[in-house]
Structure formats: structure tokens, C-alpha cells
Ligand binder design. Structure first.
Ligand SMILES: Nc1ncnc2c1ncn2[C@@H]1O[C@H](COP(=O)(O)OP(=O)(O)OP(=O)(O)O)[C@@H](O)[C@H]1O
Ligand SMILES: [Mg+2]
Length: 332
């Protein structure tokens, strides 16, 4: 399988707003290091889940790789082409069609004054303009609406977002993302705003669409059961870095990093037998601060096994086996 996306030492630092007093006193400008040296690859047809606590940098990573944000540093290569700092006008020519992002809240993603059909048609208008007739565009829209389960499509075409249920709205957002036939999709918690009863349906739909349209996913979630269901591989983020990455089943059933073990032991898995076999681990709950990142291993202040080396040196991703890596000195 070929690599569709490769990310190397990716960084995004957001400047912290300075107050008048900060400037008057000449205080040093501070940065939120939301993404601070992230590297990974996604192969064509694969789903990589990105998991981790709130604020660890998942959404920022997702927005960077589809270039809704400009990186502070590092490298993003899509389909063999370096797009790290490519201008918007250039991205429009090809990349914007190939890569799409789906956000958590379908209501916020849809213009309340636009009919569902028009919203889904919009990307076609932007990218193809007059090359497609009104009739051809509508045909495309109706086709993709049926694929995402908005049936009958003619009925949903003329509805407004407020007339749809949460699940139907997310189907519409998915249709809009798919109408340009992209190859790569960042799905940022696409089911977490939905009722539990609807979540499984939408996940199943995404799996079906993935097969049919040969999609590749970066799937952002903090829900372990979702990651277990959807992902081929899982990357665990902590304070702007990946601390563990590997085969989904391996990472979930045999997490290596102390952080992953703590994160996962708090979450029940659907299978009670698996639950019993997992080790329970507790970490100190000092809230991590992305402005003042600890020296060495950034997890060390919370780690019950931290040694001197952990305080001084940042661990690289260390190989546990062919398909499993962790950034922890305990494995060196
Ligand atoms: N535009 C921005 N300006 C300043 N800081 C930002 C901006 N976007 C994100 N951040 C900060 O960057 C850090 C990472 O945020 P991000 O949204 O990527 O986290 P996340 O892992 O997606 O969290 P959640 O699970 O809550 O969605 C946070 O500290 C956040 O406050
Ligand atoms: Mg987020």
C-alpha cells in the first residue's frame, strides 16, 4: 500500500494574547504549543485514529494536515507532494478536492439559511462552476444523498438544516464532504455530538463509504470503543506529541505507554472479558499546560515510574515490535 499522507516533525504554536501590562513590562511573548513535533504516516485505504485527552492537539493536527492552518514548522507531504506551506490558490487547484474535513457539530457546519441540497452542491459550484450544468450538479447531489442514506433524496434536497435530526444533519455534512470524491478525510469526532443510538449507524455508514469510495481516514476521537471499531492503527497524543502508535488492537489490548494505560484503564470496552484482562493504572491528575511544557519526557510529572533520565531527555518513539512504537524510556 502506498503512503497517502506523511507528516514529519509537525508544529503549530499559537501566540498567547498579550495584555497592555504584559507589553509595558516587556514580558516575553508566550506560545501555546498545540502541536509540538508530530510525525506519522497514513497508507492509502487505512484509518488512523488519533486519540487523547481534551486539549492535547488532535483538532489542530487535523486542521494542519488539510491545511486549514499554516504550520509553524515541520513537513506535510500528500500524495508525494509537499504541501506544508503551499498557498491557498495552489491548494485549490487539486488538494482541496482530494482532502476534506468533517467536524463534530453538524449544525454549526451547515448554513441555516441554505437548503441541504444547495449546501451539498456548493463544493461542486466552487470547484467546477459552469463546467457542470445545473441539472448535472443536481444529479450528482441526489446521487450522493442516496449514498449517505438521505432518502428519498428529492425530499431532503429542499429541507433546511433545522428540519433534520442530528443524525440526518451529519449525513448531509458527510455528503457535502464526499460530493467532490475526495481521497482523504479528516473526521474530527464526527459522532460525539450525536445520540448514542445514532452513533453506531453513522460509524457504520462511514465504514461502508470508505469501502465504496476507497477513502483514507484520519479519525479523531476520544472514545476508545469508537477507535477500536473504526481504526486500523491508533496514535495516542499527549501535550502536542504522539506518545504511542501502532496496530489498533495491539494498542488497545496491550497499551505500552503509562499514559495510554491510564487513559484506557478508565474506559470500559464492550467486551467484559477484555476488561478484566486489562491492567488498572492511576496517574496524578495535574492538568497539563501547553504553554509551559515540562522538560524531558513531557509526561514525567504525572508518571509514577519517572526516572532521572525522563526529567532530562525527551524520548523518541521506540520500537516495541514491527507494528507498535512508544515514546517511553522504560522500553529502551
Ligand atoms: N486558534 C487557536 N488559538 C490559540 N490556541 C488554540 C487555538 N486552537 C487551539 N488552541 C489551543 O491548542 C491546544 C490544543 O487544542 P486542540 O483543539 O487541538 O485540542 P483537542 O485535542 O482537539 O481537544 P478536544 O478533545 O477538546 O477537542 C489547546 O490548548 C487549545 O486551547
Ligand atoms: Mg478537538
Amino acid at each position: 500500500m502506498s503512503v497517502i499522507l506523511s507528516v514529519e516533525n509537525l508544529k503549530k504554536y499559537f501566540p498567547v494574547e498579550q495584555t497592555f501590562l504584559d507589553r509595558l513590562l516587556g514580558r516575553r511573548k508566550e506560545y501555546v504549543k498545540a502541536v509540538d513535533g508530530v510525525s506519522f504516516e497514513i497508507k492509502r485505504g487505512e484509518t488512523l485514529a488519533l486519540v487523547g485527552e481534551s486539549g492535547c492537539g488532535k483538532t489542530t493536527t487535523g486542521r494542519l494536515v488539510v491545511r486549514l492552518l499554516k504550520p509553524t514548522g515541520g513537513k506535510i507531504v500528500f500524495d508525494g507532494i509537499d504541501i506544508t506551506f503551499t498557498k491557498e490558490s495552489e491548494l485549490r487547484k487539486w488538494f482541496r478536492r482530494k482532502a476534506q474535513i468533517i467536524f463534530q457539530d453538524p449544525y454549526a457546519s451547515l448554513n441555516p439559511k441554505m437548503k441541504i441540497g444547495e449546501a451539498i452542491e456548493d463544493p461542486l459550484l466552487i470547484h467546477f462552476g459552469d463546467k457542470l450544468s445545473k441539472k448535472e450538479r443536481k444529479e450528482e447531489v441526489l446521487k450522493i444523498m442516496s449514498k449517505v442514506g438521505l432518502v428519498p433524496p428529492e425530499y431532503f434536497y429542499d429541507r433546511y438544516p433545522h428540519e433534520l435530526s442530528g443524525g440526518q444533519r451529519q449525513r448531509a455534512v458527510i455528503a457535502r464532504a464526499l460530493v467532490l470524491r475526495p481521497e482523504f478525510i479528516v473526521a474530527d469526532e464526527p459522532t460525539s455530538s450525536l445520540d448514542v443510538s445514532i452513533r453506531a449507524q453513522i460509524l457504520k455508514l462511514l465504514q461502508t463509504l470508505k469501502e465504496e469510495f476507497k477513502l483514507t481516514f484520519l479519525f479523531i476521537t476520544h472514545d476508545l470503543a469508537t477507535a477500536y471499531y473504526i481504526a486500523d492503527r491508533i496514535a495516542v497524543m499527549y501535550l502536542g506529541r504522539i506518545v504511542e502508535v501502532g496496530d489498533a488492537k495491539k494498542v488497545i489490548l496491550n497499551p505500552a505507554h503509562i499514559y495510554t494505560r491510564a487513559l484506557f484503564s478508565a474506559v470500559p470496552l464492550p467486551d467484559p472479558k477484555l476488561n478484566r484482562s486489562r491492567s488498572k493504572i492511576k496517574i496524578r491528575s495535574e492538568p497539563p499546560n501547553p504553554i509551559n511544557i515540562p522538560s524531558g519526557c513531557r509526561f514525567h510529572p504525572r508518571c509514577p515510574y519517572a526516572e532521572e533520565r525522563c526529567r532530562r531527555q525527551n524520548p523518541p518513539l521506540i520500537k516495541i515490535d514491527e507494528k507498535h512504537f512508544t515514546a517511553c524510556w522504560l522500553y529502551s
